[in-house]
Design a binder for this molecule. Structure first.
Ligand code: PLP
Length: 415
């Protein structure tokens, strides 16, 4: 819910790290798909926690431990509301999306998959939504299958009848692609899976969605939803897995240690209730508190307003890049602006992506270059890497102009 009008200058001023120079140039930060910058409110929450409430949670019978526990659990409730979950105990804190997906792969998949069972992914996945399934498939005899993508970075849904069937046990897909920016038609796939593979569970990797789009796990009709705090203004090292209570209760613990037990005997033990069963050891308490502050911050602006702003900036970026470089630039991903998030991946025919990023860096413009942990996408398009500019709530059309000017330097050097 947005209470105030979208004001990019005020958004920008909330992020101290944006106010600096790199190599004598004011920083233009266009690597938001890798991680967003952190607003002052999140930095204050972290400092406030450590300066006045720091203690271990759920353990100490003293004031600071009570306060730390209250802050940790109220952040969990906030995150639950943020994703439309009614029950905060369905939210498991993790290190991020990667750990959340591994948790499902190992605590759900390993015990339930057998020879010939199928796990459906897409080739558009981040490695963190491929490798855990390959590991589990190798141990269980299950088979990993993939939805392919077309030239515009869209899933080829015509293949679904052949890909989804009686053997499908797990469907794990990204909500929004980090490599191409595609906002995937997850609702259509989930509808198909529910009809043709009713026994399958669906996990969505929301790493690139949470910062930009309203997410409601009930409306999406998923079984699991994974995301990272650091991609949505929160701290690194904190994220969450939302799972349906019945699944979480039926799953064995993922890791053993303190916090996750009920009674420990010499030869066997019993487990704490969910979500604590999956939170062995001292958790990232400060991270959770910072994540709660990030939720408040993002919600004070409102995700529909953020997405609308990003679309304006991305539309301007695509227009300017194509006008400036013509057929020497290839912009990857969906053509229609409403089909993509704030991600603009591109290749120039006169420079390698790593050289592009290095020269842009010397002009104070931070972009990512590489395979973006999506080597299957790179293979699909026959390129080793791309350059990627990714925009967020503090980026402006001036940032785009700086990007285009800096790419002019790349052209001067190599073109
Ligand atoms: N999935 C997607 C789509 C991502 O973009 C990323 C990170 O870039 C991840 C998963 C992994 O997130 P993390 O490294 O925060 O665990």
């Amino acid at each position: 819910m947005s209470g105030v009008a979208f004001d990019v200058a005020s958004n920008r001023s909330a992020f101290p790290a944006l106010d600096q120079e790199v190599d004598g140039h004011p920083l233009v930060y266009l690597d938001n798909a890798a991680t967003t910058q952190k607003p002052r409110a999140v930095l204050d929450a972290l400092e406030g926690y450590y300066t006045s409430d720091n203690a271990n949670v759920h353990r100490g019978i003293h004031e600071l431990s009570r306060r730390a526990t209250e802050a940790y659990e109220s952040a969990r409730s906030k995150v639950a509301r943020w994703i439309g979950a009614e029950d905060p105990t369905e939210v498991v804190w993790t290190r991020g999306t990667t750990e959340a997906i591994n948790l499902v792969a190992f605590a759900y998949g390993l015990d339930r998959l057998g020879e010939g069972d199928e796990i459906l992914l897409s080739i558009l996945e981040h490695h963190s939504n491929i490798i855990p399934w390959q590991l589990v498939a190798a141990r269980t005899g299950a088979r990993v299958r993939y939805i392919e993508i077309d030239d515009d970075g869209e899933w080829i849904l015509e293949d679904l009848p052949e890909l989804v069937g009686k053997r499908t046990r797990i469907v794990a897909l990204n909500h929004v692609s980090n490599a191409l920016g595609t906002i995937n038609p997850v609702e259509r796939v989930i509808g198909h899976v529910r009809m043709h593979a009713p026994g399958a569970v669906v996990l969505l990797d929301g790493a690139q969605a949470m910062a930009h789009m309203d997410v409601d796990v009930g409306e999406l009709d998923v079984d699991f939803y994974a995301f990272s705090g650091h991609k949505a203004c929160g701290p690194t090292g904190i994220g969450a897995l939302w799972g349906r209570k019945a699944h979480l209760e039926a799953m064995a613990p993922y890791q053993g240690g303190g916090e996750m037990i009920s009674v420990v005997e010499r030869d066997r033990s019993t487990w704490a209730a969910v979500p604590h069963k999956f939170e062995a050891g001292t958790p990232n308490i400060a991270g959770a508190v910072g994540m709660g502050a990030a939720v408040d911050f993002v919600e004070s602006i409102g995700k529909p307003a953020i997405l609308a702003h990003e679309r304006g900036v991305v539309g301007y970026a695509i227009e300017r890049l194509e006008a400036r470089f013509g057929d020497r630039i290839r912009i990857w991903g969906p053509r229609a602006i409403e089909r993509r998030s704030g991600v603009v991946p591109f290749s120039l025919d006169f420079a390698h992506p790593h050289d592009i990023a290095t020269i842009l860096d010397s002009e104070g413009v931070a972009v990512r270059a590489g395979h973006h942990c999506a080597q299957l996408v790179m293979k699909r398009y026959g390129v080793p890497a791309t350059a990627r500019a990714s925009f967020y709530l503090y980026n402006t059309t001036d940032d785009v102009d700086r990007l285009v000017d800096a790419l002019g330097q790349v052209e001067n050097f190599f073109g």
